[in-house]
Design a protein. Sequence first.
Lengths: 330, 330
Amino acid sequence: MPPNIYDIAKKAGVSIATVSRVFNNTNNVKESTRQKVLTIAEEMGYHPQAYAQRLASKKKNSIMMLVPVMSNYFFTEILKGTQGILKNQEIELNIVNINQDQGVLHQVEQIIKRRWADGYLLASLHLTEDELIKLRRYNVPISLLDDYSPNFDSVSFNNVEGGYLAVKYLLKKGFKQIVFIAGRADSLPIVHRIDGFKKALSEFEIPFHETQIVTGTSMERDGFNEKNGYEAMQKILNMNPVPDAVFCSSDVKAVGALKAMADRKKQVPLISYDNLSISEYIGLTTIHQPMYDMGYNATQNLISRINEENSEICNDIHSPELIIRSSSEI
Amino acid sequence: MPPNIYDIAKKAGVSIATVSRVFNNTNNVKESTRQKVLTIAEEMGYHPQAYAQRLASKKKNSIMMLVPVMSNYFFTEILKGTQGILKNQEIELNIVNINQDQGVLHQVEQIIKRRWADGYLLASLHLTEDELIKLRRYNVPISLLDDYSPNFDSVSFNNVEGGYLAVKYLLKKGFKQIVFIAGRADSLPIVHRIDGFKKALSEFEIPFHETQIVTGTSMERDGFNEKNGYEAMQKILNMNPVPDAVFCSSDVKAVGALKAMADRKKQVPLISYDNLSISEYIGLTTIHQPMYDMGYNATQNLISRINEENSEICNDIHSPELIIRSSSEI
DNA sequence: CTGAAAGCGCTTACAG
DNA sequence: CTGAAAGCGCTTACAG
């Protein structure tokens, strides 16, 4: 059995209260007893158990991040931002994966109900407003990332603007027949980017047809994978006539799309979305999303909310930026 | 204040023991009382608190993964493997980031001492054997991933073989002057790959010079970033004579190296390391590491160890596989 | 099928 | 500067 606070107290000849004080740096403990306790604890490999500590103190000093797809490049950038602000704070971060196929709301509720953390960062979960409102009864700080709600702090990205910017650029260059490589068409960011797409088209008085939305069949990670892009691009190259330009919903998919073009020895101008770290090196024209900043800000919002429950709700909306590289300049 | 077990018990007219039984599915509880309790709990948004539950039951049903660089592509693959085996098991996974600049052993000890989980997965932490042995006193299941120790379950990758395989392939094709793009030269996987590199050279009776080890200056993520590869390749292209071929320590760096070649309009055959999902699409010849399988196996080891403390130590060593694509065939 | 009660390992007023 | 004691919110033999 591992030692507990009683073992340490007994061996050090003090009460458990004193041992507790040593580990919590509360009150003043005489330096000599402090050292004695610390030495014995080190010897015996003791540290207060997290569970007992949190139950007794009702403080947690921890936040939890809930994400649907941990294994994508988008997430790793966000995480860096979160870690950026957490560094040097005495707050622990725990990350838990949410399975998108099994009732997202239910999973979130299970975690929140169990009172794991002081606050929760919901990243890219895209719950509906009705669902979000249900979470309010747990009365715990929640901050949204890559999502928007008038009822919670949020940091989101203007996807309508992103789609608009991308397509407008292509239209300005004189391309008329433009197709969009989507992922799951019911995902909110995709819906918004399509809205932006349409907005740009209508500004140039070009009609929109459903056939301009293309997707591959490979649906791993909601379709945000290379293969899906490859498949979609194959379809596009089979169209007659071949479209003038492509707007692709993610850089990862664009990697696949580029390969499909190379395989068929055809070149179609392409703009994609994300601006991952590899994108610069493979020459992707793309819409930059400040994922690091978004992770940073959302975490900051959450911490503020934990410390000051009743401050005003804060909705940050980050704007897109068009990064022009070679893939669109053909 | 959120409701606790007493609130539910009182409202349902039962004892707290019964409420507890309902939530734990232990014993038989009369169906009608079960329903009553569940309904009231749902109404009041109650679920047993994780901390209290774990303290009282001494069971955790959770494992914790400790990783140094969460934000790299290598990790995301491993994680998929871990999630693959955890799916359908009632085991929670928590992920915690270890800062490589602040005493890795100390951070690991702090977490283990606090008894967060039933077992710990140490991924790519590369503690020394002396350090690892210190962890034994906590008497808790530990499983190593991308690392080896005779004293712990481990899943590792044969990096010597990987380096050997890559360089031998280049030598067989007739290239004599080969350089290696390293990361931090003190990282164990890199050291081993260099050993394999040397082994292949000596088999072909080609002498080795330190100048054949090149690295960029950008050291984010231990040098495993695109920029480092770009910088390293620039140095290589400035050598006189330019080497015959390049062995690159990671696919991410190879992306940078490829860009450097394109920018200078020079082509040098290249083999890299990892086989990420993008690699197929950008035509990288590379050494495949079965990261998913490794994550899967290491997690499996850990779970077995948790269930059966005294089984024999199991050291899996995965073998590399050479995947030939276009980057080496110039 | 259910309840009373002890106990999990801590923290924290309170008192001195 | 330190100790005795209550309490955090649960689980689980034990008894019926």
